[in-house]
Write a protein that binds this ligand. Structure first.
Ligand code: GLN
Ligand code: ZN
Length: 775
C-alpha cells in the first residue's frame, strides 16, 4: 500500500514565489535569481513530503505561473501572436512564458495575454490554451523531464504529473472556425508520447495523468479519445506505470469508461463522492489499482481517521493491500501550506486550530492512515489515532460550533420569508414615487479608490501604530469627502465608499459569529495572486449591526439617497472555507438570515436603497448539469431570504461581475432584485441580449465603462453604449453605472470617467424628454 499526493502548493509557505515573481517583473531581480527561488521551493516541498513519509512524490506540479500554461509550452501550443517573441533570441524562455501569462508591452509591441478562467469549481484560475484549425504541436519545453531529473538526483522517488491530453484539449478554446478541438487529439498524442519516451529513458516509474473531466458529462468523441489515448500509451510503453487521476467529482456515468482504460491505477475523489467506491469495486478489472482520495484537498479540516480506515479496510478486502494507494482527494494546491505557522491565538482560536489540517498536516494524515491500516500499528501511531478521534469528537460536540437559536431560526423559516410582499410591478410604482429618481439614474457599484493612504491607515491600525479611534476618524473623514465628491460629480444614488473594508467577504466574516481567520492561510488564485479565505467553523449569527453606522453617517451628510452596501450569502459562502459537518445550503441559509437582519436594520435606519452583491453566484454552479437545479434553488432562495424582509418601497439592488448568464437567466430573475447591475462594457452590451430575449422583468444597470483598465472612456462612447442598451431594454428600466467597484482605480481617472458618465446620462435624458414631448 503506497502513499502519494497529486500535487503540492507552490507559492511558498510565506509566499516566497509571489515575492520573487513580482520582483522579477519589476526588474528588481534577475531571471537566474527567480529560477533559484523556484528551485528552493521545489526542494523544500519535496523534502517536506519525504520527511512526512510520502512514497511517491509529484514533480512538475511546480509552476512559475500556472500548470496549464506550462503544459501549453510543453506541447508547443504557442499562439501565433507570440511568434515575434519566440523568434527573438534576446527573449528568454521565461520572458516568453510570462508574456503569454501577462501580456507584453515593450519595444513597440503590444501583445495581449492569454485568457484566464476558473479551474473547474475552484477559485484557482488557469490560462486557457488557444487552438486553431491548422494547430500543430511540438515537444517544445522539457520542464517535466528536467524537474524529474532534478528530483532524481536528490534521491526523491518522483512521479511526474501531466495534465492528461483529453483534459488538456477540453480546457482550451477554439480560436478559429472549422474544427472541433477534440479532433486535435491525433496531433497532440504523438507529442505526449515523445515526452513519455524521454521520461522512460530517464528511468521513470510512475506517471500521473490528470483527467478531471472524467467527472463531467462527456460526449462520444471525448469518450473515444480517452480509449484511443490510453490504449496507445499502454501499447507504446507496456512497462510504464500509469496513474489516471480524477477529482472534484465522482465518475458516475463514466465509471465503465474509466474502468475500461488500460492504466495501472485509478484515483478517485472520495471526499466529493464517496459512493462511487462501491460501484468501482463492484466492476473493477484485474490488475487495476485504486488510489483512495480520502484526505480533503479542498478544505482545511482534519481527516476523520475512523471513517477513512473503514473505507481502506473495505477496499483492501476486495483488492488486497498491494493494489491500494492512499492520497488526498485532489492536489493540495487548494489549501494553505502549514498550520504550524499560525501562532496568533486571538485570530485563530486554539480550540478550532485543533480541528484543522493544512497541506503539511495532510501529508502526515495520508501516511498515518497507511500505517494505521496495517495489522499492528506502532504505539505512537495509535496515540495519534486516539488524538484524532478526540479532536473529531470534540469538534462534533463543541459549544463553539452549535448555536441553538441559529438552528431554530433556520427551522422556523416560513415559505413567505423569501418573498417580497408584492410583485415587482407593484413595488416598482411605490419605489418610483418614493425615491423620486430621474430617468436613467446614475450610481456606482460601491467602492471608490482605495488609495495607498487608506491601506496605510488599515495596516497601521492592525499593527497597533494608531488606535481604533484615530483609524475610525480617518475613515469618517474619507467618507465625508467622498460624499462631497459624488455630489459634485452629480451622481443620483451615492455610496459611502467601503473604505472600512479590506475585502468584501473578510469584512463581513470578521463581524459575524461562526467565522475565524488564519494569518498565513494563503491559497493561490492565479499567477502570483493569493487569497486568504475566511474559515466558517460554526453556526453563523450577527452579534450586532455591521454596516448601519457607516451608511447612516453617509446619509446624514447629504440630501441625495445613499445606497447601503452588503455582500450576499452565496458570495460569502463561496469565498470561504466552509464547514464539512453541514451541507452548504444550510450554512448559506444561516448567512442569509444574518444578512437579512442587517438589511432590516438598514431600512429601519432610513436607508431605502440596499445593494446585496452576489458576484460569486455563477461560480458556485456544480460541475455536472444534473446538479444545477438543486444548487440554483437554494442559492437564489438564500439571496431572497436575505433581501425580502423589507417593505415594498425599499429598493433592493444586486451586483454581479464576470458573469455568463446565458444558461442561468431564470435563476437571475428568480433572485427578484429590483435592480441588477452587471459587467457589460467589454462585451459592448452583448450580454444584455440575454436579458432582452428573456424579457427580464426588473431594472438593469449595464456597466458603461470598464473599471479593469485605467482608460477613461469618452462621453460619446458611453452615450453609444447606453443607446445600445436602450435598443433592447426599455429606458424606464435602465440605470447608468460603471462595470464594477472602483477600489483598484486611481482617483484621477475615476473622477474624469464619472463626470463623463453623468453627462452621458443627462444627454440621453434630454433626448428622451424631447421625444416624449413630441409624442
Ligand atoms: N461593492 C463591491 C465593490 O464595489 C463589489 C465588488 C465586486 O463586485 N466584486 O467593490
Ligand atoms: Zn463587480
Amino acid at each position: 500500500m503506497q502513499t502519494h499526493i497529486l500535487g503540492y502548493p507552490r507559492i511558498g509557505s510565506k509566499r516566497e514565489l509571489k515575492k520573487a515573481c513580482e520582483q522579477y517583473w519589476s526588474g528588481k531581480i534577475s531571471g537566474t535569481a527567480l529560477e533559484e527561488a523556484g528551485k528552493q521551493i521545489r526542494f523544500q516541498n519535496w523534502k517536506t513530503q519525504q520527511e512526512q513519509g510520502i512514497d511517491l512524490i509529484p514533480v512538475n506540479d511546480f509552476s512559475f505561473y500556472d500548470q496549464v500554461l506550462d503544459m501549453s509550452l510543453t506541447v508547443g501550443a504557442i499562439p501565433e501572436r507570440y511568434a515575434a517573441l519566440v523568434k527573438n533570441k534576446e527573449i528568454s524562455p521565461l520572458d516568453l512564458y510570462f508574456a503569454m501569462a501577462r501580456g507584453y508591452q515593450k519595444e513597440g509591441l503590444d501583445i495581449t495575454a492569454m485568457e484566464m478562467t476558473k479551474w473547474f469549481d475552484t477559485n484557482y484560475h488557469y490560462l486557457v490554451p488557444e487552438f486553431t484549425v491548422d494547430q500543430s504541436f511540438s515537444n517544445h519545453s522539457s520542464k517535466v523531464v528536467e524537474e524529474f531529473k532534478e528530483a532524481k538526483e536528490l534521491g526523491i522517488k518522483a512521479k511526474p504529473v501531466l495534465i492528461g491530453p483529453v483534459t488538456y484539449l477540453w480546457l482550451g478554446k477554439e480560436k478559429t472556425n472549422g474544427f472541433e478541438k477534440i479532433d486535435l487529439i491525433h496531433k497532440l498524442l504523438p507529442v505526449y508520447l515523445e515526452i513519455l519516451k524521454e521520461l522512460v529513458e530517464n528511468g521513470v516509474d510512475w506517471v500521473q495523468f490528470d483527467e478531471p473531466i472524467l467527472g463531467l458529462d462527456l460526449n462520444s468523441k471525448e469518450k473515444e479519445a480517452f480509449l484511443m489515448v490510453y490504449k496507445t500509451i499502454r501499447e507504446t510503453f507496456p512497462k510504464l506505470k500509469t496513474l489516471l487521476a480524477t477529482y472534484f467529482e465522482g465518475l458516475n456515468d463514466n465509471t465503465a469508461l474509466a474502468l475500461s482504460l488500460p492504466v495501472c491505477a485509478l484515483h478517485l475523489d472520495l471526499v466529493r463522492n464517496s459512493e462511487q467506491l462501491d460501484e468501482v469495486l463492484g466492476q473493477i478489472p484485474d490488475n487495476l489499482s485504486i488510489s483512495l482520495g480520502l484526505v480533503d484537498g479542498r478544505n482545511i479540516w482534519k481527516n476523520d481517521f475512523e471513517k477513512s480506515l473503514k473505507i481502506i479496510k473495505k477496499a483492501s478486502h476486495t483488492l488486497g493491500r498491494e493494489k491500494i494507494m492512499i492520497a488526498p482527494s485532489c492536489s493540495l494546491l487548494h489549501v494553505p501550506y502549514d498550520l504550524e505557522l499560525e501562532s496568533q491565538e486571538d485570530t485563530l482560536l486554539p480550540e478550532i486550530k485543533r480541528w484543522m489540517a493544512f497541506a503539511k498536516q495532510k501529508l502526515k494524515e495520508v501516511t498515518l492512515l497507511q500505517k494505521l491500516s496495517l495489522p499492528n500499528p506502532e504505539k505512537n501511531q495509535l496515540l495519534e489515532y486516539e488524538a484524532n478521534k478526540a479532536a473529531i469528537a470534540d469538534r462534533k460536540n463543541s459549544g463553539l460550533i452549535h448555536n441553538k437559536a441559529v438552528k431554530q431560526r433556520v427551522e422556523a423559516i416560513a415559505p413567505s420569508d423569501d418573498k417580497r410582499k408584492s410583485e415587482y410591478a407593484s413595488r416598482s410604482i411605490l419605489q418610483k414615487n418614493f425615491l423620486q429618481l430621474p430617468l436613467l439614474p446614475t450610481t456606482t457599484i460601491g467602492s471608490f479608490p482605495q488609495t495607498g493612504e487608506v491601506r496605510k491607515w488599515r495596516s497601521q491600525y492592525k499593527k497597533g501604530v494608531i488606535d481604533k479611534h484615530t483609524y475610525q476618524n480617518l475613515l469618517i473623514e474619507a467618507t465625508e469627502s467622498l460624499i462631497r465628491k459624488q455630489e459634485k460629480i452629480g451622481l443620483d444614488v451615492l455610496v459611502h465608499g467601503e473604505y472600512e473594508r479590506n475585502d468584501m467577504v473578510e469584512y463581513f466574516g470578521e463581524q459575524l459569529a461562526g467565522f475565524t481567520f488564519s494569518q498565513y492561510g494563503w491559497v493561490q488564485s492565479y499567477g502570483s495572486r493569493c487569497v486568504k479565505p475566511p474559515i466558517i467553523f460554526g453556526d453563523i449569527s450577527r452579534p450586532e449591526p455591521i454596516t448601519v453606522s457607516w451608511s447612516t453617517y453617509a446619509q446624514s451628510l447629504t440630501k441625495r439617497r445613499v445606497k447601503g452596501m452588503l455582500t450576499g450569502p452565496v458570495t460569502i459562502l463561496q469565498w470561504s472555507f466552509v464547514r464539512n459537518d453541514q451541507d452548504r445550503a444550510t450554512t448559506c441559509k444561516q448567512i442569509a438570515l444574518a444578512i437579512r437582519e442587517e438589511v432590516k436594520d438598514l431600512e429601519n435606519a432610513g436607508i431605502n436603497i440596499i445593494q446585496i452583491d452576489e458576484p460569486a453566484i455563477r461560480e458556485g454552479l456544480p460541475l455536472r448539469k444534473s446538479a444545477w437545479e438543486n444548487y440554483l434553488n437554494w442559492a437564489t432562495q438564500a439571496f431572497r431570504l436575505s433581501s425580502s424582509g423589507v417593505s415594498d418601497a425599499t429598493q433592493i439592488h444586486t451586483h454581479m461581475c464576470y458573469s455568463e448568464f446565458n444558461d442561468i437567466m431564470p435563476s437571475i430573475a428568480a433572485m427578484d432584485a429590483d435592480v441588477i447591475t452587471i459587467e457589460c462594457s467589454r462585451s459592448q452590451m452583448e450580454l444584455l441580449d440575454v436579458f432582452a430575449d428573456f424579457k427580464y422583468p426588473n431594472e438593469i444597470g449595464p456597466g458603461v465603462y470598464d473599471i479593469h483598465s485605467p482608460r477613461v472612456p469618452s462621453q460619446k462612447e458611453m452615450v453609444q453604449l447606453i443607446k445600445k442598451a436602450q435598443d433592447v431594454i426599455p429606458t424606464a428600466k435602465l440605470w447608468v453605472n460603471p462595470d464594477c467597484g472602483l477600489k483598484t482605480r486611481k482617483w484621477e481617472e475615476t473622477e474624469k470617467a464619472l463626470i463623463l458618465m453623468v453627462e452621458a446620462a443627462r444627454e440621453l435624458r434630454e433626448i428622451a424628454r424631447v421625444s416624449s414631448d413630441l409624442t
